[in-house]
Design a protein around this ligand. Structure first.
Ligand code: FE2
Length: 583
């Protein structure tokens, strides 16, 4: 009987669902925030009750056997109870690092007791719900009771997502995040489909938790996951000697794990750092030195961990995952700073990505002989736009200036870009992971120095200090970037060559870098054709690529979402599949 493996990412933030078919191929993977149009979908179940029925009908045989892989080990369900008890008895306070059974409470470093209480409720509810909607849907709609559950170690699911999507058959793998089942760092070796634990740090020390501390001090929201704003801001700052002394003495790498300074020293440092907190009435640039100095400390600790991983494994291929792998500034420097020769960071290294790893681990549980294909795995695994909605829009939507242009829509879009238009570009299946990679993107001409401010003011409504990314044809990468490396998922930030900076000012960050996406025909043909057409018109082989959303909202999910954004912003042209709409 056919067996479908569902992966449910069950952290209380960024829940997600993935489906692996009986052949081990990915049928679908998407974060819950997209369907819900609720950024990060905090505290939501990954298996939305209506959506799950649609997914079963679209991607599975409803009378098959179903297995659910979840992204936390069985023991993690005890964690909320410990946290709840500790907060009730006043055992936890800001600036404290608690070492409780099951580890896992490093984030308390920043949290107030009422926040801990809230967090406890969130974690508890996310451990109770996952899979309940899927079970109900299967039984109620199809009378199917053939459903079973497997719980996997949190870091193992990060590692599986990363290793199974990598272009390697052998690699060393490091996972670094806020917290897993036992700690915040885990190392693995990978060979031919087998992910083997090498070292698992046990304890509450956490680079991810310190990242949250710095995010909070910079005046950004840790609950909204704004650590990436700290990274963008770092380019505007300078190394501050006092901050460096304090931040670097808080944490250091020990073996393949982390060690904090003694508790008394940590508390003194946290008090000192509090004096550098950015108040709500000050510009984010006031926190730039803190962001910059933290980026240095973060990179140095990561260097030390990776150097030890190299010695321990002797591998030349590195696979990196966990929330800390979203730091593309560091990602772009890894091959220069460490002995590794090749690097893979998946399109979804954060907790949403774990849905895919859990689904694959469940599949491999029943098929130990299964091997993933050794390839740069496609990130286009999410939802498609509803064809009937598009057809209806064309037929009865009464929208002027809407054209159906099969075979030439990429050329028309390139002409619009070259004439200065801001273009919404929607094609095929949505990207799995936080970055738009040419299927749910807003695009613009990178030659115009005013374009960045225009998009911020008219379309994205976001802070002026944040950079926009370039999507570049692979064969031109070396012309534009120093030490060019392929970056298929916008996972690396590289330095532009000095001689090209004036050609593409809209995508050059203040420190001369760009978080690039490499585009190859075999990875995304339509996006490739569009950029190639733009290159033919302008001589520039790259476009500005930013995600199709506005600040505070997730990337669009439906035709209706796309039209809503098109008509309520300064976007000039909208392309959905073969349809082109102009204002
Ligand atoms: Fe994680």
């Amino acid at each position: 009987m056919a067996r479908y493996c569902f992966g449910l990412a069950t952290t209380f933030h960024d829940p997600a669902l993935a489906i692996v078919g009986p052949d081990g191929e990915v049928r679908y993977a998407e974060a819950a925030e997209r369907y819900r149009q609720d950024k990060r979908a905090t505290n939501a179940e990954p298996d939305h009750i209506f959506r799950t029925a649609e997914l079963i009908e679209t991607y599975c045989e409803p009378d098959a056997e179903f297995v659910v892989g979840r992204t936390w080990g069985a023991g993690s369900a005890r964690l909320p109870a410990w946290m709840g008890l500790a907060s009730r008895f006043g055992l936890l306070e800001p600036g404290m690092i608690a070492r409780l059974p099951d580890g896992g409470v490093a984030k308390l470093l920043l949290f107030r007791p009422y926040q801990i209480h809230h967090l406890t409720l969130c974690v508890r509810s996310s451990h109770l719900k996952p899979g309940a909607n899927l079970a109900l849907t299967l039984r109620q709609t199809w009378g199917n009771r053939k459903l079973s559950f497997l719980d996997f170690d949190h870091h193992l699911t990060h590692a599986a997502t990363a290793c199974y999507t990598s272009p390697f058959s052998e690699a060393a793998c490091l996972v670094v995040d806020g917290i897993g089942d036992h700690g915040s760092v885990a190392a693995y070796t990978y060979r031919d489909g087998t992910v083997t634990p090498l070292a698992h740090h046990r304890g509450s020390e956490s680079l991810g938790a310190l990242y949250m501390l710095v995010t909070d001090l910079c005046g950004f929201s840790i609950f909204k996951g704004e650590e990436w704003k700290v990274m963008g801001l770092a380019a505007y700052g300078r190394r501050d000697a006092d901050l460096y002394r304090d931040l670097s003495s808080m944490v250091r790498a020990v073996g393949l794990g982390l060690c904090y300074a003694p508790m008394r020293r940590i508390r003194a440092i946290v008090r000192a750092l509090e004096t550098r907190r950015r108040g709500p009435d000050r510009s984010p640039l006031a926190a730039a030195d803190l962001a910059h100095t933290w980026q240095i400390v973060f990179s140095e600790v990561m260097d030390a961990l990776l150097a030890r991983l190299y010695v321990a494994t002797g591998a030349e291929n590195l696979v990196l995952s966990g929330g800390c792998a979203l730091n593309s500034s560091y990602g772009g420097q890894i091959l220069d700073r460490t002995p590794f020769k090749r690097l893979h960071i998946p399109s979804a290294p954060g907790d949403d990505g774990n849905a895919l790893g859990a689904a694959w681990l469940a599949h491999r549980h029943f098929h130990p002989e299964w091997r993933p294909r050794v390839q740069t795995h496609t990130p286009y695994l999410g939802s498609s736009m509803a064809g009937e909605t598009l057809e209806r829009l064309f037929r009865i939507g009464r929208v002027p200036r809407l054209r159906h242009l099969p075979g030439e829509v990429h050329r028309k879009a390139a002409e619009a870009l070259a004439s200065g238009a801001i273009v919404g570009w929607v094609q095929g299946r949505a990207e799995f992971g936080p970055r738009a990679l040419g299927n749910r993107s807003i695009l613009a001409d990178p030659r115009d120095p005013a374009m960045k401010d225009r998009i911020n003011a008219l379309v994205k409504f976001r802070e002026e200090y944040r950079p926009f990314a370039p999507a570049i044809l692979d064969r031109h990468g070396g012309e534009y970037f120093e030490n060019y490396q392929e970056s298929p998922y916008m996972e690396r930030t590289l330095r532009f060559r000095k001689e090209v900076v004036d050609r593409v000012p809209a995508v050059v960050h203040v420190d001369g870098t760009g978080r690039l996406q490499t585009v190859k025909r075999e990875w995304n043909e339509r996006f490739y054709e569009l950029i190639a057409a733009f290159h033919g018109l302008t001589g520039i082989p790259l476009v500005l690529n930013t995600s199709f959303n506005i600040m505070g909202k997730p990337i669009i999910h439906s035709v209706e979402d796309a039209l809503g954004l098109f008509y309520t912003t300064g976007m000039d042209v909208l392309v959905i599949e073969d349809y082109l709409l102009e204002k």
